[in-house]
Design a binder for this molecule. Structure first.
Ligand code: PLP
Length: 443
């Protein structure tokens, strides 16, 4: 009997015993190719020597010292590196222990910013329907993922949700990409005006939507227009890169590909590459200055923030991404993987769309390719595909979600950046086997 409350109380999970590169092994010695980095976490695979060494050295020097008393070298160096990799004016970092904490911190930072500059009426967030920002109450409130919110709705503060940028489903036949981008982005302006700009604090969005849409990038021009609208109405732009950041899409920050600079960026997952739990908020000068030269104290904090071992692991991770030119590798292998997936899976009648950026790839399953009718929830495709993939020795991240209020199924792929060509073939082949077997239940 287990004494752990597992995510799924009654599921029989294999016990993991060790990892080697992009593979994990269970107690029976069965090998699993990690095709999703867990949940876009394990960017360097499971046995990276430099990261392990950095952690051991940190534990041997100083494993923990509370940030109320000390700073530490690993966190200082990590902040310097993360801001060197970010465009101006993103010059500051706040470290926490994970993605939800990062989002909570960014939400509170936005609020405190407006209090500090004398605009306390700004209290409302706007976010998008197809989004996930974490499971703590503040993060869950901004997220648009209906099934995750459902049981907790009475506890969630009111947040307005606008349409996601979801060209596969919503771009009209006679509409250019740019026209579509402007049409959906302009929903933000309509919503700000409806709420009153003096009441709106920030717009929150994932540059590439992960857990609710299987790697869904925005179309060209969308975020440029969003940035213009935010500037016009003094609304902060918070981009959640917990899943898509730290090189996953082929640039260090995903927003770089949208040619804009946000006010706050949340990061986590790939930052510690799974070797340690760590998250952060990258902060622009405007917000830092308002707090630092205002009250001088950010009214927040967690015991384990800027944890030395977590920061040492993250520092070694980011240094490896830079020194081994892994962003180039992500772009190269990502292109190959998308091509291979399209060749192998798009001919299947229930694979509607394959999309993404870098090694962050989404596969959308449909009941009918022509009408794009989503696969019904009753197929439980997410559970079946996951089980069959595991049976065939592959970890992938299938999910059931809602697509603008309709049921839908996606598979997210986010393999480690070190995946080689042979392993790409193995991933595609195992995924196809699992999908074809799963589809016997619905095709
Ligand atoms: N934000 C995004 C975009 C995420 O994908 C996630 C997790 O999947 C979170 C926030 C929450 O992160 P965590 O699970 O580390 O709390």
């Amino acid at each position: 009997m287990t004494h752990i409350l597992h995510r799924h109380c009654h599921s029989q999970l294999p016990t993991v015993t060790c990892g080697d590169g992009i593979y994990l092994f269970d107690q029976q010695g069965k090998q699993y190719l990690d095709g999703c980095g867990g949940a876009a976490v394990s960017n360097l695979g499971h046995s990276h020597t430099a990261v392990k060494k950095a952690m051991i050295e940190q534990i041997e020097s100083i494993p923990f010292a509370h940030t109320g008393f000390f700073t530490n070298q690993a966190s200082e160096e990590l902040a310097t590196l993360l801001t060197d990799l970010a465009p101006e004016p993103l010059n500051h970092v706040y470290f926490v222990s994970g993605g939800s904490e990062a989002v909570e911190s960014a939400l509170k930072m936005a609020r405190q910013y407006f209090v500090e500059i004398g605009k306390p009426s700004k209290t409302q967030f706007i976010a998008r329907r197809q989004s996930y920002h974490g499971n703590t109450l503040g993060a869950l409130a901004v997220g648009g993922n209906e099934w995750r919110r459902e049981k907790f709705t009475p506890l969630l503060s009111e947040v307005t949700h606008i349409s996601p940028c979801y060209a596969y489903r919503d771009q009209q036949d006679n509409e250019s990409e740019l026209d579509y981008s402007l049409r959906v982005a302009n929903e933000l302006e309509t919503e700000i005006l409806a709420l009153g700009a003096e009441n709106v604090m920030a717009f929150v969005a994932e540059p590439v939507v992960g857990a609710t849409a299987g790697a869904l990038p925005a179309t060209k021009g969308y975020f440029k227009r969003i940035r213009e609208i935010c500037d016009k109405y003094d609304v902060l732009l918070i981009l959640d890169e917990v899943m898509c950041g730290i090189g996953r899409t082929g640039t260090f920050y995903a927003f770089e590909q949208d040619q804009i600079v946000p006010d706050l960026v949340t990061i986590a997952k790939g930052l510690g590459a799974g070797y340690q739990p760590i998250g952060g908020v990258v902060i622009s000068d405007k917000i830092y200055d308002a707090i630092a030269h205002g009250s001088g104290f950010f009214q927040h904090g967690h015991t384990f923030m800027a944890h030395p071992v977590a920061c040492a692991a993250a520092l070694a991770t980011v240094q490896t991404i830079v020194s081994e030119s892994l962003l180039d590798k992500v772009q190269e292998q990502g292109k190959k993987l998308r091509t291979k997936l399209k060749e192998s899976l798009l001919p299947l009648s229930y694979v509607g769309d394959i999309r993404g950026r870098g090694l962050f790839i989404g596969i959308e399953l449909v009941a009918d390719k022509q009408t794009k009718t989503p696969l019904p929830t009753s197929t439980e495709a997410n559970k079946v595909v996951k089980q069959l993939a595991m049976k065939h020795g592959l970890m992938c991240y299938p999910m059931a979600g809602t697509i603008n209020g309709r049921a839908g199924h996606h598979i997210l792929l986010a393999p480690p950046f070190i995946i080689n060509d042979k392993q790409l073939d193995e991933l595609v082949s195992k995924l196809k086997t699992a999908l074809v077997e799963a589809a016997q239940g619905w095709a």
